[in-house]
Design a binder for this molecule. Structure first.
Ligand SMILES: *Cc1c(COP(=O)(O)O)cnc(C)c1O
Length: 519
């Protein structure tokens, strides 16, 4: 194999020595920082544009190869063909729709769960299994991995679908009982696969997450799992480099597509606008730019939780006096945006000591301020704005009325910011969910019914699927993706609800493992 890339961490604790397969399995770096590759490879505009002639899976394999992953080329090809094949409902995987001249919507929701997390979570679990295989073959410890995920709705389903029936892995998803939508509940409760389990947890999402975190940090519990069950826990969450790398692919690939379609001349820049929460998606666009993709500005779109917008404008990240706001774009409702740590690491010339200080400040004082030069670089690269709930709804209605294109609330936040900040370049707008995942909000937007006002009683009594049918028939915005449409005809497999305590989470984990052993 060719020389492969090694990884260091954002807080200056490690000096490399980790390979791609290591960081996929480890997730978080020792010391609490995030892994980044030593070398960010560059490719020429010609190489970027040439990707347009390949199927998406081959484009992804190409990017992985230039990043120097420590797996054989043929295996990477094979894993990518599995990750990006007929599990997507469009053979282009993430097609681009030019909704109005210059505004190009990148549809990242054609995967099995209709949300953009599929782009990474159809890919990462395959590489996770292959990484465990590699460890075992080279005489490493013979553990299997159990992914525990607390979810407020969307991530859980995408993770279940990604890890379903992957070798050496199992997954348990915990969601707040009564705290997810009709559709989200059914998506998880009807999950197929032999290595999956889903539980409702009494309490809200925070309780749910805290209990799962406690299980991760319970040393005797983890020792018992290893000894008695041969299991280690993993979270496979969005700070895993193995989730970021597949996201870089679609930005490089999209540029190639836009050249091919004549939307941009080879080498001319585009802007990219991303509805942002944990900063993973937009960071992938940054790395695509670093690799040589002609991307000019990165436009960071926030909802009413505007901590990132304020940070980009001021260099101060401050959550000391900030309320967590519930919005119609829940996947962007966030205070601590984890992947931002990688971005500031890159912009301060990879000064791990500085990053460690900022992250310490964030923990102890709920605030950090980057140095002037880092702040200036951030401002040069990024532009940012935030969108109110009312503006988000108005955009959904306006874009539908004017262009007949239905946006989900997350994508509508990005559209709004793109429209405000656009210059005379084409803009690629990341669309992160199919509208039918957020039917009630889309219905409100189209009918001008603000959040907080009751829906008409004949609408309020509809199931999530029935409401989607109604929206589709009134707007002509069909068909509803198969994975959402079939929910009405499936019987839930997982209806269990456990108490909101760490002990219950641990007991549920053990009972899942015991049950699997019997099979
Ligand atoms: C996760 C998610 C986001 C936010 O993406 P980040 O990578 O966390 O910034 C936006 N929209 C949807 C629909 C999501 O599921």
């Amino acid at each position: 194999m060719d020389a492969y890339n090694t990884y260091l961490d954002t807080r200056g604790y490690t000096e490399g020595g980790y390979s791609f397969t290591d960081v996929v399995i480890e997730g978080l770096a020792p010391g609490g920082g995030l892994f980044v590759p030593h070398t960010i490879p560059t490719i020429s505009t010609e190489q970027v544009c040439a990707l347009a002639d390949l199927p998406y899976a081959a484009r992804a394999a190409f990017i992985y190869r230039v990043f120097g992953v420590d797996l054989p080329d043929e295996l990477v090809d094979e894993l990518m063909q599995g990750a990006y094949g007929d599990n997507f409902d469009d053979e282009r995987i993430c097609p681009i729709t030019e909704v109005t001249p210059g505004m190009h919507v990148l549809e990242l929701w054609h995967g099995p769960t209709s949300a953009f997390k599929d782009m990474a979570l159809q890919c990462l679990p395959r590489f996770f299994s292959a990484s465990i295989d590699k460890k075992r073959e080279s005489g490493g410890e013979p553990y299997d991995y159990l992914v525990l995920t607390a979810t407020s709705g969307d991530t859980g389903k995408a993770a279940l679908e990604g890890f379903r029936d992957r070798a050496h892995t199992g997954i348990i998803v915990f969601y707040p009982h009564g705290g997810v939508s009709d559709i989200q509940y059914l998506q998880m409760a009807t999950q197929r696969g032999d290595n999956v389990q889903v539980y409702g947890v009494q309490g809200n999402f925070d309780d749910c997450q805290t209990n799962v975190k406690t299980a991760f940090n319970d040393v005797p519990f983890n020792e018992m799992l290893a000894e008695k069950h041969g299991i280690k826990l993993s979270s496979a969450n969005s700070i895993n480099w193995g989730r970021l790398l597949p996201q870089i692919v679609y930005y490089v690939s999209s540029y190639a597509e836009m050249v091919k379609s004549g939307a941009v001349a080879p080498g001319d820049p585009i802007d990219v606008c991303v509805p942002t929460g944990n900063f993973g998606n937009i960071l992938a666009a940054y790395y695509a730019r670093r690799m040589g993709t002609p991307i000019s500005r990165l436009l960071c779109a926030s909802n009413e939780n505007r901590v990132l917008t304020d940070f980009i404008r001021t260099g101060v990240y401050d959550i000391s006096d900030r309320e967590f706001v519930l919005t119609p774009s829940p996947s962007m409702d966030i205070l601590v945006s984890s992947n931002l740590e990688r971005q500031v690491f890159e912009l301060c010339d990879r000064n791990g000591d500085a990053v460690r200080g900022w992250m310490d400040d964030l923990r102890s004082r709920k605030r950090f301020e980057v140095d002037e030069r880092t702040a200036a670089r951030m401002k040069e690269l990024y532009a940012a704005d935030s969108v109110s709930n009312a503006e988000c709804f108005a955009t959904i209605k306006q874009v539908f009325d004017e262009h007949g294109y239905l946006l989900d609330p997350h994508s509508a936040v990005a559209w709004t910011v793109a429209e405000r900040l656009r210059e005379d370049k084409p803009i690629l707008i990341a669309s992160t969910a199919h509208w039918a995942k957020f039917g009630p909000s889309v219905y409100r937007a189209l009918k001008g019914i603000p959040v907080g006002c009751d829906l008409p009683s004949d609408v309020a009594s509809l199931s999530g699927m029935q409401l989607n049918e109604r929206i589709a028939s009134e707007t002509g915005a069909g068909p509803i993706p198969a994975g959402l449409a079939e929910l009405a005809s499936l019987t839930p497999r997982f209806t269990g609800v456990i108490a909101g305590s760490p002990v219950s989470v641990e007991e549920a984990t053990v009972s899942f493992l015991e049950k699997r052993k019997q099979h």
